[in-house]
Design a protein around this ligand. Structure first.
Ligand code: PA5
Length: 418
């Protein structure tokens, strides 16, 4: 079990020394404020990952029971209620039930596709995750999926197939009681995008066979690191705010040369976008998946507007190896790759890209993961959540609300006659 490494040396030279020192002080105060138990609790429950007590044991038992029986497990949720679990499952799942995602779109063709996939499965289980059970996508999909299950199995056989994750006191909890469904807690002081280390993220991951103790250990290890001097979350948050406020770097691109991290990037984009995009401010978060996107956005990254920073996630020991076979008679002019492993080729592309972008004027943050596993994911999640909270507080906004998303909802609910 190794620590992830955070290297800011290719971004620091772009910031003014004094400005960075000042921002560092502000970020440190923001961290003290965030972790001070005397200060108002607010939405800070996520700072303490789920404890391994009775509720944890019951959750893991239910997950194991479903895992042993299910052919398909439908994760119904949107935004913070599905992104983290999907990120880890897409990257690490090796066996067990097929995890199908629903409740994250309003598209009829997409929902129809889910139902058709379920038609081919025998044993189906679903987990509906919704903090207050008011969100349109998971609510409407639950209606359809519950009806589907009742038609496929008898009503009395349906109860054991449905797990609901919501806050105590919500309509979802009442529905669980009225129908005999299993209910898991979505803790009130935890916002959706900060919920990965609660049953919201942990339960579906456990069904997919992810090593939950290792993920929690990774998060706790990062918590311990951030409490020690030289806190890398403070340093990263201070640097990105300094580059933004002092030098106009207002776009941060999360980049990885490993498509297994594509869904993690979606989680990261939501975390920073929903937490920081407020009061007409905020670094715009986006992501690229290299090397594919070098052939679409690579040109812009190299020579476009110099307002971008790049945060590279690098896996030091990727799992998987494919050597290029020798074929001297083929004449394809790729003989220079003979015997090389794709691990080596990808690493060369990564190093060359980072060097070129840095020399082209892009501040590059680097995060090294020893391997892509649950322990690394636990560290990454905890690191970015704390860094995001510090960064938002340093910029003077509340990183835990999302009032802005209510605007479109009001007019949509009007149109739908709610
Ligand atoms: O971070 C957040 O709070 C949001 O992204 C929510 O997770 C998302 O809107 C889904 O909300 P709910 O779980 O209430 O359906």
């Amino acid at each position: 079990m190794q620590d992830i490494r955070i290297d800011l040396s290719m971004a620091v030279p772009f910031a003014g020394k004094e400005a960075l020192a000042e921002m560092g002080k502000k970020a440190e105060l923001a961290f003290q404020d965030l972790t001070d138990p005397e200060k108002e609790a607010g939405f800070k429950g996520w700072l303490n990952p789920m404890e391994r007590g009775e509720a944890y044991r019951a959750m893991m038992e239910k997950a194991a029971a479903i895992r042993s029986k299910a052919d398909a497990f439908v994760l119904v949720g949107v935004g913070g209620s599905n992104q983290a679990a999907r990120a880890v499952i897409k990257a690490l799942q090796k066996d067990g039930p097929e995890i199908i995602y629903a409740g994250n779109t309003l598209s009829a063709p997409a929902l129809q596709k889910v139902l058709r996939r379920l038609d081919a499965k025998k044993e189906i289980y679903i987990n509906v995750i919704a903090k207050n059970f008011e969100t349109l996508e998971p609510g409407s999909h639950f209606r359809v999926l519950r009806d589907y299950l009742i038609r496929r199995y008898k009503r009395e056989d349906t109860a054991g197939r449905i797990v609901l994750t919501g806050t105590f006191g919500s309509r979802l909890e009442e529905i669980a009681k009225e129908n005999g469904y299993t209910f898991l807690e979505f803790p009130v002081p935890v916002g959706g995008r900060y919920s990965v280390l609660t049953p919201v993220g942990l339960f579906p991951m456990a069904v997919a066979g992810i090593d939950i103790p290792a993920l929690l250990d990774g998060a706790l290890r990062m918590k311990e690191r951030l409490a020690a001097p030289g806190n890398p979350a403070v340093e990263y948050a201070a640097l990105r705010q300094c580059l933004y406020q002092e030098k106009g770097f207002d776009i941060e691109v999360l980049a990885a040369f490993e498509p297994q991290l594509d869904y993690f990037a979606k989680w990261w984009v939501q975390l920073f976008g929903e937490s920081e995009g407020k009061q007409k401010q905020g670094v715009f978060p986006t992501s690229v998946s290299y090397s594919e996107d070098l052939h679409s956005l690579g040109q812009y990254m190299q020579e476009g507007r110099r307002s971008l920073t790049e945060t590279f996630l690098s896996i030091e020991e990727p799992d998987g190896s494919v050597p290029v076979p020798k074929d001297p008679a083929f004449g394809d002019r790729f003989d220079y790759l003979d015997g090389m492993d794709f691990l080596e080729i990808n690493r060369a592309a990564e190093s060359a890209t980072i060097r070129a972008h840095y020399e082209g004027g892009v501040p590059c943050f680097r995060i090294f993961l020893p391997t892509l596993d649950a322990y690394s994911f636990g560290q990454l999640f905890y690191f970015f959540m704390v860094a995001c909270a510090i960064s938002g507080k340093t910029a003077g906004i509340n990183p835990f609300d999302q009032e802005g998303v209510e605007a479109y909802k009001r007019s949509m609910f009007d149109m739908l006659g709610k």
